[in-house]
Ligand binder design. Structure first.
Ligand code: PGA
Length: 269
């Protein structure tokens, strides 16, 4: 059932919807993805989705799986591209995003295995740049992303585009590439890997330019631990020190879906 937002805001040119709880925010994200599948399917006969991993999107995938099981949603004409993957990592290693996607979405729906694209954590490092460039060419050849699901890190990262010293202009041009993870990201991944010293310190990530090129960007953030990053990103200024603030560059195509805890820093906005 669709719960309406309890508050809607417009910040830095972006639509922001605050839902009564994290569950209804996740349901709203799932509905937007379903609409993108139906709309793009109607227009072009296929839909291309950018997908995210982490704790936050699990409920989104659960909703999409429920809709599929109810016979209301098919992934037959869908291609997916994931935001990121640790490097190096094997696809059957539980902390890998291949494993995550398989467990939370791919094995439950009728998405063709050859259309479910996740950056390859087994590619030798010497070929990582070629692999990243090829991943972008796949997306372009698939006519671009109809919808990109995103989360925000406590440090404001999107995908594994971590805080950095680039100018905003340079940062919005960042391409898909191999990166080093930020200390906050590693700390947040420690539980997944069993301990901080076992966290894989590098990852492949879709570039900010690629993320911003999506026709719809759905940013889902829930929980009080995200409130500070959410408020800084939505209040601006745009800075590569807080990559999510760069979403304002594509403001008209971005929608933020929040629960009250993540929206806490927006009070008075
Ligand atoms: P989380 O990750 O959903 O696990 O909090 C979000 C992110 O880092 O993008």
């Amino acid at each position: 059932m669709k719960t309406p937002p309890s508050r809607t805001l417009f910040l830095s040119g972006m639509d922001v919807k605050v839902y009564p709880d994290s569950e209804s925010a996740a349901a709203a994200a799932a509905l937007l993805i379903e609409q993108a599948i139906v709309d793009a399917g109607g227009k072009r006969g296929k839909a291309v989705l950018g997908l995210a991993t982490g704790t936050t999107p699990k409920r989104v995938y659960a909703h999409l799986v429920d809709r599929h099981r109810a016979g209301a949603l098919s992934f037959r004409d869908v291609s997916t591209y994931n935001l990121d993957e640790y490097h190096p990592i094997a696809p059957n290693d539980p902390p890998s995003y291949h494993y995550y996607m398989h467990e939370h979405l791919f094995k439950h729906v009728d998405l063709a295995p050859d259309r479910a694209h996740v950056l390859d954590g087994t590619i030798p490092e010497a070929f990582a740049a070629d692999h990243a460039a090829l991943f972008e060419r796949f997306i372009e050849a698939d006519s671009g992303l109809d919808a990109q699901l995103l989360g925000i890190g406590r440090n404001g990262h999107i995908g594994f585009n971590e805080p950095c010293d680039l100018s905003p202009r340079e940062a919005v041009a960042l391409k898909t590439r191999l990166v080093e993870l930020h200390p906050t990201t590693k700390a947040d991944a420690a539980a997944e890997f069993g301990s901080l010293d076992r966290v894989i310190p590098k990852a492949l990530t879709l570039g900010i330019a690629t993320i911003l090129s999506a026709r719809l960007i759905i940013m889902l953030a829930t929980g009080g631990h995200k409130a500070e990053a959410v408020a800084a990103a939505l209040r601006g200024p745009m800075t590569a020190q807080l990559p999510a603030s760069l979403l304002a560059h594509a403001a008209a195509r971005v929608i933020w879906l929040l629960d009250p805890a993540a929206a806490r820093g927006l009070d008075g906005a």
